[in-house]
Design a protein around this ligand. Structure first.
Ligand SMILES: Cc1ncc(COP(=O)(O)O)c(C=O)c1O
Length: 438
């Protein structure tokens, strides 16, 4: 291969070359040969308004002419100040915003804030971290430790720090003979039993609303709320990751509001800049923030900072993005558009290799199995992703699967007709790929 690029999460030997995307227009990506692909994964789950949106491009240009970057070390800048104020306003219970440039870093910061909080208040015992099995919080070492997915991170297991993991109620793969309510209660009981046994747990860290990379596991009603209540009862800091699920992806602006579970710390990313520039944030409550306050020699301040922290251009485009959410009433629009998914449930389920479909808001996971009764995942020799990517391309859509799960994660502002097109083409793609995966 001529290219010098090493691609993410990719067996490079499988690929002779990669299509070069030269343009983006609305919901479509256009390659160097002029082929058009409907963006079925929102360019890795972050795109909101489609590509080359004039208002967002204007905000970037406007800010670039004034100030492209200036550090947050000893200084500040207007777009970052404005953005922080807006984020605090829309995030109940949150008080301050710490900037970073990707979701994994935002989660590293959340972990550091939560662990240091206990040190800051002089509590030495609270050092353990609790998480959910199958969670995903990014690819850096702290994020891998708290979001351990064995297939992804097994090779680094020895170097990861230990966490206490609790099971997640998964409606499709429940222990035999249990109802979903029993299953959920069992998971919650395990958490309470551990919390009540020993008060050394510093924090409970979980994705908000659903586990996305772990296979689109949408939490049953009340699950997240109950965990937040247990955290309060047993004095465990509650940390939420809304990087993939907030900002409308699951149908609400702030997912923890919908789940009635106010955290101590929350991370946002992906959709924050509409999918235009790289930026993430970690928000902390007043309780957390105040614990970091002291004399310089108390060494209570947060030792964390990135070169591009609070970048003015990224902040400016995020400000414009948030303005557009309000002006266009995007959350309401998502709630209406997302009903289109429901019209496709039966058509998708009827396909022989579809075991389960899971959907909330603008997120759908279609789980593919060899055998519907036994629920055995498909496991072809070639990567499932490559098979579906190539089949999708033939149908003019851009897909990236997660193992045996076809992910539909379109730009949030996709029109009803384009979403219908995407779903119809996904159905054709699954049907055409069927013989190649079983
Ligand atoms: C829930 C969640 N947290 C964190 C991350 C990591 O974000 P990033 O890829 O920007 O590092 C992701 C990425 O997919 C995610 O889904």
């Amino acid at each position: 291969m001529k290219s010098s690029v090493w691609h993410p999460n990719t067996q490079m030997k499988e690929w002779d070359s990669f299509d070069k995307i030269t343009k983006g227009k609305g919901m479509w990506l256009i390659d160097s040969k002029g082929n058009k692909l409907l963006d079925g994964v929102g360019s890795m789950w972050c795109n909101v308004w489609g590509h080359s949106n004039p208002q967002l491009v204007k905000a970037i240009n406007h800010q670039s002419k004034k100030l492209q970057h200036s550090s947050m070390f000893n200084l500040t800048n207007e777009p970052a100040e404005q953005l922080a104020e807006k984020l605090v306003k829309i995030s109940p219970g949150m008080h301050k915003v710490f900037y970073s440039d990707n979701g994994s870093s935002a989660m590293e910061i959340a972990i550091k804030m939560a662990l240091q909080y206990w040190k800051n208040i002089g509590e030495k015992k609270k050092t353990e971290i609790a998480t959910l099995e199958n969670g995903y919080h990014g690819d850096t070492f702290g994020a891998m430790s708290v979001g351990y997915v064995p297939e992804f991170f097994g090779k680094f297991k020895k170097q990861l720090f230990p966490t206490i993991q609790f099971p997640v109620p998964n409606k499709y793969r429940m222990p035999k003979g249990l109802t979903l309510t029993d299953h959920q209660n069992n998971c919650l009981e395990k958490i309470e039993k551990r919390f009540s046994k020993n008060n050394n747990i510093a924090t409970f860290i979980m994705e908000s609303g659903a586990q996305v990379a772990g296979g689109v596991i949408i939490y049953p009603k009340g699950f997240q709320k109950k965990i937040s209540q247990l955290c309060k009862k047993y004095d465990v800091l509650f940390v939420l990751d809304e990087i993939a699920t907030g900002f409308g992806r699951l149908g609400d602006m702030i997912q923890y509001e919908e789940q009635k579970s106010i955290p101590d710390i929350v991370a946002y990313g992906k959709m924050l800049t509409g999918g235009y520039l790289t930026m993430a944030t970690t928000l902390a409550s007043k309780k957390i923030y105040d614990s970091f306050s002291g004399e310089f020699n108390d060494w209570k301040h947060l030792f964390h900072g990135h070169t591009y922290t609070g970048n003015p251009i990224a902040s400016a485009v995020a400000n414009e993005n948030l303005k557009m959410y309000q002006k266009n009433n995007l959350i309401k629009k998502i709630q209406i558009t997302s009903k289109i998914f429901e019209q496709f449930y039966d058509k998708i389920s009827d396909i022989g290799i579809v075991g389960d479909i899971r959907h909330k808001g603008m997120l759908m996971g279609i789980e593919l199995v060899k055998n519907k009764q036994k629920k055995i995942p498909i496991s072809p020799k070639k990567s499932i992703n490559k098979i579906f990517f190539e089949e999708g391309k033939k149908n003019g859509i851009y897909l990236r699967t997660l193992g045996n799960i076809v992910m539909i994660v379109p730009p949030l502002a996709i029109s009803e007709s384009e979403l219908e097109l995407l779903l119809n083409r996904t159905i054709t793609t699954i049907k055409n790929a069927k013989s190649k995966v079983i």
